[in-house]
Design a protein around this ligand. Structure first.
Ligand code: C2E
Ligand code: CA
Ligand code: CA
Ligand code: CA
Length: 276
């Protein structure tokens, strides 16, 4: 980068070209990722304060033959921008339901399984139809494990209305909603007031800074508000025992993070459940 004499920085044209080229390549390759079997899922345990696993979050992975492992932060964003997220999201949901069906048949004692749903996917006109079709195909209504959709915030009030009606429609099928990355957006408070959610996840950026007094009191307030609204609280990104102790004191409901376990392949998650 080079300064133009004022405060802004100009990026060299070839650098910009390289970034765009790279994004186009990711777009092109991602388009074949499902059919090439390059997308797989990992499962990260969610535990009580006594380390009993009661749920897990499904996290998508892409191992590209050409690019190697690509972070979901990257490929989910690309999929959202191209619209491929509709197909990808349906694939992830179906694979998650297949896993859940397998675990039901193994009588695994899991209370909830959470799947991330992009706003673009959720607001797509066919989303509820797709969900209902998958639910019938796999008899999800018979499952003991609750399915949870993790969603983030929307920007417009138009979307918010549609979102609420979609949530209410899907709640008839016993799906619950979790507000993900809570605290990172702007409309957070009104959002938890308006959305008929079941659970709220405190973003890991707050958990990482619990030794800061102001961050800590913010987390305490979030937990207080959630309790008043009857929302269950999940803390994500719990890496240290001190973080967990602090959250346990505030009676946080569930803990997710490297302290207990990284996201695991299905088989490894199953092994962990044997001693649960
Ligand atoms: P997220 O939904 O907030 O997921 C939590 C992220 O925190 C995951 O990153 C997880 O691996 C990571 N994590 C878990 N424990 C710890 C910890 O103790 N410390 C730290 N530093 N990180 C921890 P991951 O798997 O890289 O996913 C990144 C994001 O990509 C997710 O953030 C989510 O927004 C998106 N994503 C992942 N899978 C899917 C998916 O299937 N569908 C959609 N729509 N988005 C997904
Ligand atoms: Ca999530
Ligand atoms: Ca999150
Ligand atoms: Ca996130």
């Amino acid at each position: 980068a080079k300064h133009n004499g004022r405060d802004d920085v100009i990026i060299f044209n070839d650098e910009l070209c390289r970034v765009i080229e790279e994004k186009l390549q990711i777009e092109r390759l991602l388009h074949f990722a499902i059919e090439k079997n390059e997308i797989f899922l990992q499962y990260q345990p969610q535990t009580t304060c006594k380390n009993k696993i009661i749920g897990c979050e499904v996290l998508a992975r892409w191992k590209s033959a050409q690019l190697g492992m690509v972070s979901p932060e990257v490929f989910i964003a690309v999929a959202e921008s191209t619209g491929y997220i509709i197909e990808l999201g349906e694939y992830i949901l179906e694979e998650s339901i297949k896993t859940l069906q397998r675990w039901e048949s193994m009588h695994m004692n899991l209370h909830q399984l959470s799947v991330n749903i992009s706003m673009r996917q959720l607001l797509n006109k066919d989303f509820t139809i797709t969900v209902k079709r998958l639910f019938e195909k796999y008899n999800v209504a018979d499952f003991k494990t609750k399915l949870i959709f993790e969603i983030t915030e929307t920007s417009t009030s138009e979307d918010l209305k549609r979102l609420i009606s979609i949530i209410n429609e899907l709640k008839k099928y016993n799906i619950q909603f979790s507000i993900d990355d809570f605290g990172t957006g702007y409309s957070s408070l009104s959002y938890i007031r308006d959305i008929p959610a079941y659970e709220l996840k405190i973003d890991k950026s707050f958990i990482a800074e619990l030794d800061d007094k102001r961050q800590a009191s913010l987390v305490k307030s979030i937990i207080d508000i959630s309790k008043n609204l009857n929302l269950r609280i999940v803390a994500e990104g719990v890496e240290a025992q001190e973080q967990k102790d602090f959250l346990a004191n505030l009676e946080c409901d569930l803990y997710q993070g490297y302290l207990f376990s990284k996201p695991l392949l299905k088989e490894d998650f199953e092994k962990l459940m044997q001693n649960n």
